[in-house]
Design a protein around this ligand. Structure first.
Ligand code: NAD
Length: 321
């Protein structure tokens, strides 16, 4: 068995490699070559932890496995370790034998950022110049870094519930040489691309706070009850997602579907655009919205890639198992 410890991931995995892995697996999902297994998520009644598994199989790449982990809210305060914890285990699809164990914490951030970046590559207008960020927590910095590589952005605007967190975004924008400006939510009308990445349970962004032609990537809603944008925005937009079943049940589309504003059939797979089966954006006025719910196959795709990179770099730990 190959082990790639968490501490190795930062040196091995690049944003570009994560982008390619996620792009490829979204395409495989839309082609019916890869599928996610039902997600298990449990409050375990210990340390207030939420623990679960996300698994799947990609027949095209023969990637089989799962990500196990979750959220331990007291980790940082009590033990000095981060609250989100996950590990990916990959299996040999031919034999079922365990193939690799890979640290999943940084990979989760990279694959989530890669998902919105893929959506921007395929759905944002080519002339998008203003990038709007809603949320300024741990994931937001990764999202911003990956998004800035997709278009020739000239300005980043940001909003956060607690404005004192906005320097997290400003730092990333400045590193990329792009000016940053804090705005009220109404200021998001200036944005050509908006990414939301918060833990909110109620709509933050109103349907009228988005201009025609904008691409919106909703990345924070990955659980029943969470919500980042007004359901009316989904009714105004052409809606894409990683996986339709998750989008309408635990993703941003859950609310618009429950209210009858859109139906499951109105939500398209982003992979269909990658494959050329869906045209994607049809006009410069259309609002496109990507509902990034986070699927197990994304984790397996980046973990599988990092195992290859570790082997190439001679940094994979081999264990007899
Ligand atoms: P974090 O705790 O570091 O940051 C949370 C962010 O949400 C902060 O900007 C905070 O100000 C904001 N926020 C919290 N409550 C809010 C509210 N009521 N209204 C408006 N803003 C609010 O978390 P993180 O690690 O950056 O993760 C952000 C979200 O992304 C989480 O909900 C997480 O579950 C989700 N996530 C999604 C995926 C995916 O694949 N879609 C992957 C990883 C994380």
């Amino acid at each position: 068995m190959i082990i790639v410890p968490e501490r190795e991931i930062a040196d091995l995995m690049t944003r570009e490699a994560a982008f390619e892995a996620v792009e490829r697996v979204f395409a495989a999902m839309a082609a019916g070559e890869a599928y996610n297994f039902p997600v298990v998520r449990e409050a375990i009644g210990h340390e207030d932890a939420l623990y679960g598994f996300k698994g799947g199989f990609d027949r095209s790449g023969l990637t089989l496995g799962l990500k196990a982990g979750g959220y331990w809210p007291h980790n940082l305060a009590k033990r000095g370790v981060i609250n989100h914890q996950s590990t990916v285990v990959l299996f040999d699809a031919d034999t079922g034998r365990v193939h690799a164990m890979v640290g999943g914490n940084l990979l989760t951030a990279l694959r989530t950022a890669a998902a919105s970046a893929v959506s921007i590559r395929y759905l944002a207008r080519e002339d998008a110049r203003v990038l709007g960020m809603i949320g300024a927590g741990h994931q937001a910095a990764f999202q911003l870094r990956a998004a800035l590589e997709q278009r020739r952005f000239e300005k980043v605007i940001g909003w956060n519930l607690n404005p004192e967190m906005l320097p997290n975004l400003e730092k990333v924008a400045e590193e990329a040489g792009v000016p940053f400006e804090a705005v009220e939510l109404g200021g998001m009308r200036e944005a050509d691309v908006i990414i939301s990445i918060t833990s909110s349970f109620e709509a933050i962004l109103g349907a009228d706070q988005v201009s025609p032609g904008t691409h919106v990537a909703c990345m924070g809603t990955d659980t029943k009850g969470k919500q980042e944008v007004a359901p009316g925005l989904l009714a105004r937009a052409v809606v894409f997602t990683d996986e339709v079943a998750q989008s309408v049940s635990i993703g941003e589309a859950q609310h618009a579907v429950a209210m009858g504003l859109i139906g499951e059939g109105d939500v398209q797979q982003l992979g269909a655009v990658i494959n050329g089966a869906h045209p994607g954006r049809r006009s410069a006025e259309e609002i496109t919205l990507f509902d990034g719910t986070g699927v197990g196959l994304q984790d397996l795709a980046v973990a599988s890639r990092v195992v290859e990179l570790a082997q190439e770099a001679g940094r994979a730990v081999m264990v007899d198992f």
